[in-house]
Design a protein around this ligand. Structure first.
Ligand code: FAD
Length: 431
């Protein structure tokens, strides 16, 4: 059944970020009249994993998100809140050699073809790739292969969040940012159900329903029984000259599962963003989330906004340099600026956690982004709104249910090696 009605008082913790702002947008568009977003920073929140120049987005995910990633690109391309931030330059999803992943990409290609898609191409070798991506003409990519998808490319992430923020204001969504927006605990009724949120300045915000969409902070704020492991990934920029940026205008987003990825440079700043690809880093600390009976060991995000001198571990920086050397050799040796770590939270099966917390009636969880949810910004809130209105399909309710034990206390859910802990790594801390 429905968890709230259109006149219910709803608080969204993390409403300045991706899943939270999308939830607010969909609820407001459906006519919910009393919504307030809470966040540490004003939207676009500087703590959001989406506070970034660009993110990969496309229409070629199969089986994830209950099948809704094509719908996401449709929304990027048609909803006026999002269209100015969608860059339909296409996308290369590449692998090195005859790997299991290359095989999966080939299967995905076959599947997309069988669905009648004409915007996908199989790139069998270096020459095929260089035809699609002339900017890789000097790249050392013998043996690479993969999928080209002409729909999608990248989205201007923080700008899109900002646009959602403007729309929320127009729709009458209220907010509280800073210490009056920073969650400190739930407020419970005598029967244990939720009656609101207390923030770190002592404000007690009353509510009929609370949505927890605090990204990597979610498992630190409220006990989620080990279902989410927060990890960081990293990025750096190269300041291109206007001429260098012009030469890379319109390039498809380039992703390789071993070496990393990069994007068309930004037109405004001429910044080129690069990321390596790896299992993420944890930051284990002893903390006591709301609802935990005693302090527990959890990976706790370390905010870049609050630790602006943090850069990235040397091994990641070396991998980004390797990516440049292999794919863009003319930029080898250039300074890597704006280095940062940014935080997501992984579930074991990489599916969202979108459900009511079984111990706290009136608390809806909208988290477990698993590092691939920015592309879903226009549509993830629809799923949360469906959950709140009792309209989510049985299949999706099952996919996104509360599922401890299916969780992964070691954070190995992505496959591949275990994530390293920041405490084992050097080069990132400068305070
Ligand atoms: P966030 O957007 O991080 O929002 C969480 C919010 O909670 C923040 O605004 C934060 O300030 C707030 N918060 C925290 N603590 C509190 C508190 N105590 N009280 C109130 N509010 C609080 N995804 C893609 O789809 N494509 C990509 O190419 C891609 N690339 C990525 C590259 C990197 C380097 C990283 C780190 C992530 C990438 N992602 C990508 C993942 C994507 O950014 C995340 O999956 C998504 O942004 C997470 O959304 P969220 O709403 O769960 O969390």
């Amino acid at each position: 059944g429905a968890l709230a009605s259109k006149s219910s008082k709803i608080l969204i913790v993390g409403g300045g970020g991706t899943m939270g702002s999308s939830t607010a947008l969909h609820l407001a568009r459906r006519g919910f009249t009393d919504i307030r977003i809470l966040d540490v920073y004003p939207i676009p929140s500087k703590n959001s994993a989406g506070y970034d120049l660009n993110k990969i987005a496309g229409a070629d995910a199969i089986g994830l998100f209950g099948g809704s990633s094509d719908a996401a690109w449709d929304a990027w391309a048609s909803d006026p809140v999002f269209t100015p931030y969608a860059h339909d330059v296409g996308k290369l999803d590449l692998s090195t050699g005859d790997t299991p992943r290359a095989k999966r990409l080939r299967e995905k290609y076959e599947k997309l073809k069988s669905l009648g898609r004409t915007d996908v191409e199989w790139l069998a070798n270096e020459d095929d790739i260089k035809r699609k991506a002339p900017h890789l003409k000097n790249a050392d990519i013998a043996g690479w292969r993969g999928l080209y998808c002409g729909t999608g490319g990248w989205v201007a992430a923080a700008d899109a969040l900002n646009s959602v923020g403007n729309e929320l204001q127009k729709l009458g969504v209220k907010n509280a940012f800073g210490s009056s927006g920073t969650f400190s605990s739930l407020l419970l009724k005598e029967d244990g159900s939720v009656r609101g949120v207390k923030t770190i300045d002592g404000t007690e915000w009353e509510a009929d329903l609370v949505v927890l969409a605090a990204g990597a902070w979610s498992p630190v704020l409220v006990d989620l029984d080990g279902q989410c492991v927060s990890k960081c990934w990293v990025y750096a920029h190269i300041q291109l000259t206007p001429e260098e940026a012009e030469a890379m205008k319109g390039i498809p987003t380039m992703y390789n599962d071993k070496y990393g990825f990069f994007f068309e440079p930004r037109e405004d700043s001429h910044l080129l963003k690069l990321c390596n690809e790896f299992p993420g880093y944890t930051n284990y600390q002893t903390v006591q989330p709301f609802g935990a009976l005693k302090p527990i060991k959890l990976s706790v995000p370390r905010s870049h906004a609050q630790n602006p001198t943090d850069t990235m571990p040397t091994e990641s920086l070396d991998e980004i340099k390797r990516l440049i050397k292999i794919t863009l050799p003319h930029l080898e040796g250039r300074e890597l600026i704006n280095q940062a770590m940014c935080w997501c939270t992984d579930t074991d099966d990489a599916q969202w956690l979108l459900t009511e917390h079984p111990r706290f009636k009136g608390l809806v969880l909208a988290t477990g982004d698993s590092g691939h949810t920015f592309k879903m910004l226009p549509v993830v809130g629809k799923e949360v709104a469906d959950l709140i209105e009792g309209k989510l399909s049985e299949e999706k309710r099952h996919l996104w249910r509360y599922r401890p034990g299916a969780g992964d206390p070691n954070g190995t859910g992505r496959g591949g090696p275990d994530p390293k802990d920041l405490s084992e790594l050097d080069g990132w801390k400068h305070d």
